[in-house]
Design a protein. Sequence first.
Length: 404
Amino acid sequence: MSIQQVLQSLDGIQEWQEETYKYLHAHPELSMQETQTAQFIFETLQGYGYQTQLIGGGVVGVLQNGDGPTVLFRADMDGLPIKEKTGLDYASQVVMKDLNGDMVPVMHACGHDVHIVAGLGAAWALALHLDEWQGTYIALFQPGEEIAAGAKAMIADGLFEKIPHPQVALSQHVLTEPVAGKVGTRSGSFLSSAASLSITIYGQGAHGSMPHLSVDPIVIGSSIVMKLQTIVSREMDPFQFAVVSVGSFQAGLKANIIPDTANLQVNIRTYNEKVQQQVLDSIKRIVHAECEAAGCTTSPKIKVFDYYPLTENDAKITAEVTEAFETYLGKERVVAYHPMTASEDFSYIPQALNIPYLYWGFGGFTEDQTSYANHNPKFAPAIQPTLRTGTEAAIIAVLCYLGK
């Protein structure tokens, strides 16, 4: 048997993968609350013969097959607080309580349901074809990627004491490009680092007809929003990448009431940790300066959260896996990616282990489809060839190191 025959054997689970995908898409769960999803994965891996554990909200299956290297492949599994608008007959109707206690709609708007099914498909194929490889395979299904909590939670729960030590880590993501059926790789910086900030401005409330008796947090916040735009345009080296975005501005309840407080939610992206720190320092400086200039008697509260590390692919691993993709998928199905400004917490795992890693992407939309970005309420990848491509890519990348 050959790797091509391993890939061809996926015909035997195509119907199961498609039905499983529809089920998971219709039953998403929020970050760090993926209990039913985790249990489904746990039982499925056990059925394939994996030594399976629940760790830090995630699931890890280990399949040992003689002497050889150890390879870890990771898939994430959380949904998003988004009301689905795809119109699919398997669209999510789920509403659940988030970590703040609020009831919110939930949707797999980032393709993590695709990742789960591809990961399970790869786990099935490797368990079925033990004669084609040797070593140890670790199938890791991670919670909480969308809030940058899952990788850290698994590490904190003793991940590395509970599994064999891998020599390489692999992961992937379904994206809007390239076209469905193709995969894309990139050496070096692929996904940006990221962080979010919650900024609370403390002013002084008053009647809308008496602005002279107020310290208006809406005016202060508006000034901060505009001033933040100068960080990239006037403080950053033009050859250094950075993005600063204000995604939320919350203040007041009524037209004729000047509120006491205002809250801004800010997100930043960089490809360099020093640049990230420079941007954070600039935001803090601007916020404090604007509040002081406006006469605030209470200092603003600034909380930094949702840190994401830089995803920086190892050059050697990238070259080896890309060559394997071209060999078994065909060169016409493999493209080179440019750096992307999305972010991931996957690299916390290989960074903590000090091992090389590769994170690649694969297309989710056919040429005749309208393509919607990840996190859009209409995000609906084509079931095929997307599931097959993600499964094939996972198998090829793993067998690049475990294959005989």
